[in-house]
Design a protein around this ligand. Sequence first.
Ligand SMILES: Cc1cc2nc3c(=O)[nH]c(=O)nc-3n(C[C@H](O)[C@H](O)[C@H](O)COP(=O)(O)O)c2cc1C
Length: 227
Amino acid sequence: MRVLGILGSPRPFGGSSQLLRCALLGAQEEGLETALFSVYGGEIRPCQGCIQDEEPNCKYPCIFEDYGKKLITEIYHAEAIIFATPIYWYGPSGQLKNLIDRLTCLENMVAYGEPSYMEGKVVGIITVGADAGLTLTGGYLLTALNAMGAIIPPWAHAYSRRADHALEDSRAVMDAINVGLLVAGLAKILRGQKGTISYRDDANLRERIRLKILKEKEEFEAQHDQK
Ligand SMILES: Cc1cc2nc3c(=O)[nH]c(=O)nc-3n(C[C@H](O)[C@H](O)[C@H](O)COP(=O)(O)O)c2cc1C
């Protein structure tokens, strides 16, 4: 069972990446495999709305041969997905929005008499900004993904307005770890395994994960000569 992290920031260790990495370690605490992909890893062409054409109609796989199609395929195969995005003008980054629009090919399988291919996938959200729009953007993403068939666990949204200092935001770090724990816990329960869907307020766990990500961030910055 796999929990996928989709990073919506162009910055490999910015605030949304920091909290996403905390969430994925949370999912690993539940014993699940994780993987992280950035939406900036290649081209994601904007949806051209062929759902509205007579022929061809929108279906999986999407007609575009690009990096977006690779991410859609990763999402198709994952049991749970955590989307993390910076706030760009009260919304997700444009590149992440392109991906969300392209997920229509998974949802639109209902037009072919099949369930939505997003149905039953468990989703969690992380939003990071410097000012306003955190809950608006999280609420938007949860609404859109739920409308595609995805399932939302309790406490599924973690957010910080500490921008690239998100790792210093203890509440946000604990919430992000819980996004991972709860997404993984619910995915396990839905597949007949024993899982937990209670919020875990655990300072030892929080500090262990925070320090691990901080070390990875410092190593990354040293390698890329940036601070
Ligand atoms: C184009 C653009 C628009 C932004 N709009 C907002 C905004 O509406 N609200 C906000 O809180 N922060 C806004 N910010 C600040 C970013 O959300 C903030 O720098 C965040 O840390 C970026 O995430 P990252 O560190 O994961 O890259 C904006 C930044 C950019 C570049």
